[in-house]
Design a protein around this ligand. Structure first.
Ligand SMILES: [Fe+2]
Ligand SMILES: [Fe+2]
Length: 282
């Protein structure tokens, strides 16, 4: 069980106050627990290293990188991070993280996959540790592994993966989250929640045996889904008795405004530079 943690938002779409950091569409979250500093995603491009510097965080202290999934907005800062880090580091990811993937938009099909070759990242020090199963990093700290899809239609219908000559709907099976068991209950850190936020929470409960969800932090992906799915998920989140819902990124601003209305003071907008420590939401 974890009784001490610190979570810092290093990359996110927006900057709430002028503190010398850059917003970019994407996510990178630093999790510090006793004995381990974990970097969960790397943002989309160049903001990670300068943002960390501006926030007074030394990325050389990172012990482990976890990639939530293979979209560019969570992995695009990995090369710059490795170039800064200058020594080997384990990188945990699902084996499908390098899939060739696209999104269908009004203006056409756009590549959104991981923008580097595995060999290049390995040459810069990335020691990939691929897993589909849950990975326990310490007592009370887990990487979710592949999340069972139990609900219907939580996914994003616009996503496409290419295998050989075949383009098919992308279920983003590589979507991973971080689960922390604390004395206040579960803290769930989301990347883009492509597995569906309900599925992710229920998976955390099933794996840990802990029912109480203390906090959810990160991208809920409730922005780009249909309104019925969104309402269902918001009702579910409302039923959890959360002490903190700190949404950002693919939650998108209109949904965050709705969340603020539902959760009141238990809602926080997790823009760049936001820091959370236990107990969360108090
Ligand atoms: Fe994504
Ligand atoms: Fe994302």
């Amino acid at each position: 069980m974890i009784t001490d943690l610190k979570i810092t938002i290093l990359c996110e779409n927006t900057v709430g106050v002028p503190i010398g950091v850059t917003g970019e569409w994407g996510s990178s979250i630093l999790l510090e627990v006793p004995g381990l500093t974990l970097l969960f995603d790397t943002g989309a491009d160049g903001a990670l290293v300068p943002n960390a510097r501006a926030l007074g965080i030394d990325l050389a202290a990172v012990d482990l990188v976890v990639l939530s999934h293979g979209h560019y907005d969570h992995t695009g800062g990995l090369r710059a991070f490795l170039q800064y880090y200058q020594r080997p580091i384990p990188v945990v990811a699902h084996p499908e993280v390098f899939s060739i993937r696209f999104v269908d938009t009004d203006t056409g099909r756009r590549h959104i996959g991981l923008p580097f070759r595995r060999q290049e990242l390995e040459s810069l020090g990335a020691a990939f540790r691929f897993t589909t199963d849950v990975l326990e990093l310490g007592d009370g700290l887990l990487v979710s592994g592949e999340v069972p899809r139990l609900t219907e239609g939580e996914g994003d219908q616009r996503l496409v993966v290419v295998e050989g000559n075949l383009a098919k709907p992308d279920l983003v099976l590589d979507d991973l989250s971080i689960y922390v068991v604390t004395d206040r209950g579960l803290v769930i850190i989301l990347g883009c929640a492509h597995a569906g936020v309900i599925n992710i929470v229920e998976h955390a409960r099933a794996l840990t045996g802990v029912e109480k969800v203390h906090a959810i932090i990160g991208g809920t992906h409730l922005g780009p889904i249909n309104p019925l799915q969104r309402k269902y998920a918001l009702d579910y989140l409302g039923s959890l008795g959360l002490d903190l819902l700190a949404a950002n990124h693919c939650t998108e601003l209109p949904v965050m405004a709705a969340m603020a209305g539902i959760f009141g003071e238990r809602f926080r907008f997790a823009s760049v530079g936001t820091v959370f420590t236990l107990p969360l939401g108090s």
